[in-house]
Design a protein around this ligand. Structure first.
Ligand code: SF4
Length: 230
């Protein structure tokens, strides 16, 4: 029913999590070379209208009602914030008494209309991948005019006023942000951003693992350093 798609319910910290994708196909303001969803043919950062929203909302409602859900995680094919009905989606979930977690790459957390929406959520996940301006442009291929500096400062400013739980996902990429110098840069960003939780990970997708993946030992080493900051 409708355009949304769902993962099988899973348990996290004893809670039943419903993960929902609210985009009919990929819509993102970045076009990362390692994106698991593929190329960004809809490279956008303005609100988009999609068809069948009413039946999609009804579908979500029955998924929640039929699955004894404890948390809804909006994790979409790209940047979920660009769905122009996202407020209705969050309101529907909240009306069922459930908390909402939203994954965003974090760039749009600097725009007033999106700050308002993100503030409705109980948990926001933002991301850090490239750590130099050149790499940001080269491997994350954002919309023209975007800068890494603005990206980071958008998340920092957002979190200064955000009352929910901010989770920062840091992806370590071989050859791009795995040197000591890069890790120090990431440490400084984390200190300023002051997230409630950090998730350090590496490229796990088989297509990119060989070229961009780091070893388990190196990830453990970096994780210890980063997770110790908060
Ligand atoms: S930000 Fe995420 S969804 Fe968007 S292109 Fe990059 S990896 Fe894909």
């Amino acid at each position: 029913m409708g355009n949304f798609s769902y993962k099988d319910i899973y348990i996290e910290d004893g809670k039943r999590v419903l993960e929902v994708n609210i985009l009919p196909e990929k819509y993102c303001n970045f076009d990362c070379i390692f994106c698991p969803i593929g190329r960004s043919y809809n490279k956008v950062d303005k609100p988009q209208s999609f068809q069948e929203m009413e039946s999609s909302l009804k579908g979500l409602e029955s998924m929640i009602e039929n699955n004894k859900v404890d948390l809804v995680f909006i994790n979409s094919k790209g940047e979920a914030l660009v769905n122009d009905k996202i407020s209705n989606i969050i309101n529907l979930i909240k009306s069922k008494g459930l908390p909402v977690r939203l994954l965003s790459n974090g760039y749009l957390l600097g725009r007033n209309e999106y700050i308002k929406i993100a503030n409705m959520c109980d948990e926001i996940i933002g991301e850090i991948k490239a750590i130099s301006e050149e790499d940001f442009q080269k491997i994350q291929r954002p919309i023209d005019g975007y800068t890494l500096e603005e990206y980071i400062s958008n998340m920092i400013l957002f979190n200064k006023q955000y009352e929910g739980k901010f989770i920062l996902e840091v992806t370590i990429i071989k050859g791009y942000n795995d040197t000591e110098k890069s890790i120090n840069k990431i440490k400084n960003i984390i200190t300023e951003l002051s997230p409630d939780k950090i998730i350090a990970e590496r490229m796990n997708d088989e297509r990119f693992k060989k070229k961009l993946g780091i070893s388990t030992e190196r990830l453990d080493e970096i994780s210890k350093v980063l997770l110790n900051i908060i």
